[in-house]
Ligand binder design. Structure first.
Ligand code: HSE
Length: 382
């Protein structure tokens, strides 16, 4: 199967290299933006890919939604299988692109868009065929895990470790998507679509790690807890999907605590299988390229469309789940929280709240920040 590659950045280069040695696959043309066509295998025109009868499949690793969406659709309409690592694309346009793939009888797979090298969506999609998935989630962003691990294990500086993560090829072109939690949110949206046939697009709550300070890290140490950026999705007690991303404090006994460097831990709970946990490198050239190659091998084995046919967009229910929170905020504002425990340090207070809903905590933090308050919060799992 001859494979064209759209995009020749960190992941595109890894895919191209792996294609040279993969069973049943061979590299085709690489589409790059004009001005970067400095090698014979590179082209700058999508028609050079869609109009080439020798090309059987297309890998889309451009990132962003345009021109990725229109080029992906053009490839599908030209009868090419498409494998993508682009979570922004699938979160925004997945159902429509999957419908085009079905219409054309070609594959549309996106394992590499969630979990990097961890074979998560592939297994989740298989499990959802025969078992009822109850929840999905885990550590789904390699950049922030690398940063949090370095800050907590060796007191590294936030700006310095973010730069390291960029140099190592873990971060997005715009790393604010990593540190704000948006990248992990897009990934949990895809996991919900595959698990529940529901793509949540509203009512989503995201908190990143931008407001984390060394003093917060010191407090976590005193509580014997470790901070990870965790994404969760599931079906709440009212039967609606919930999905959120937030810093989360976990005890030493939690599997998430052992996740180091750029690793991800992705899990699902199914009614019959119980809890399934998968771990591996969640970001970087070859971990992500290897997930793309596995999807291409799945295409050779006859796999078609990963997004379920009945998948619909829904509003998520932020009241469908809750837990206690750690909140660091100005001491004068503690009356705004249901305080379970409190520690004051001059003008600053560190509070452990009683259990509140995800919606309540994220809405309250947004309201206090709108009034000028500087704060950080993290869910507590235990
Ligand atoms: N920037 C992403 C991460 C890349 O750090 O997880 C893999 O999706």
């Amino acid at each position: 199967m001859k494979v064209a590659v759209l995009g020749f950045g960190t992941v595109g280069q890894g895919v191209y290299e792996m294609l040279q040695h993969a069973n049943g696959l061979e590299p085709g043309p690489v589409l790059v933006r004009p001005g970067k066509d400095d090698a014979p295998f590179k082209v700058t025109d999508i028609e050079a890919v869609t109009g080439d009868p020798a090309v059987d499949a297309v890998v889309e690793v451009l990132g962003g939604t345009e021109p990725a969406r229109s080029w992906t659709e053009a490839a599908l309409r030209a009868g090419k299988h498409v494998v993508t690592a682009n979570k922004a694309l699938v979160a925004a346009h997945g159902p429509e692109l999957a419908a085009v793939a079905r219409e054309q009888g070609v594959a549309f797979l996106f394992s590499a868009a969630c979990g990097g090298g961890v074979p998560f969506l592939h297994n989740l999609a298989l499990a959802a065929q025969s078992d009822r998935i109850l929840s999905v989630g885990g550590i789904l962003n390699g950049t922030t895990n690398y940063m949090l691990d370095a800050m907590q294990s060796r007191g590294a500086d936030y700006a310095a470790v973010l730069k390291d993560a960029q140099t190592l090829g873990y971060a997005e072109a715009d790393p604010s998507a990593d540190v704000s939690g948006l990248d992990a949110l897009r990934k949990i949206m895809l996991a919900c679509a595959v698990a529940f046939e529901k793509l949540p697009t509203e009512g989503l709550y995201t908190e990143g790690i931008e407001d984390l300070t060394p003093a917060d890290v010191q407090s976590f140490r005193q509580m014997d807890l470790t901070c990870r950026l965790v994404a969760r999705g599931g079906i709440g007690p009212r039967g609606a999907v919930f999905a959120f991303v937030e810093p989360t404090l976990v005890p030493a006994s939690a599997a998430e605590c052992a996740v180091k460097d750029n690793y991800n831990l992705a899990r699902y709970e199914a009614e019959r299988a119980g809890d399934i946990v998968l771990m591996g490198q969640g970001a970087g050239r070859f971990p992500t390229a290897s997930a793309v190659l596995r999807d291409l091998s799945d295409v050779l084995c006859g796999q078609r469309v990963m997004m379920p046919a009945g998948c619909v967009r829904v509003a998520a229910d932020g009241e469908g789940c809750g837990h206690p929170y750690y909140v660091r905020l100005p001491a004068e504002l503690t009356g705004q929280l249901p305080v379970d425990r409190i520690q004051k340090d001059g003008d600053t207070a560190r509070v452990v709240t009683s259990s509140v809903t995800v919606k309540w905590m994220h809405d309250t933090a947004a309201r206090l920040r709108a009034q000028g308050a500087k704060l950080f919060f993290a869910g507590i799992e235990g």
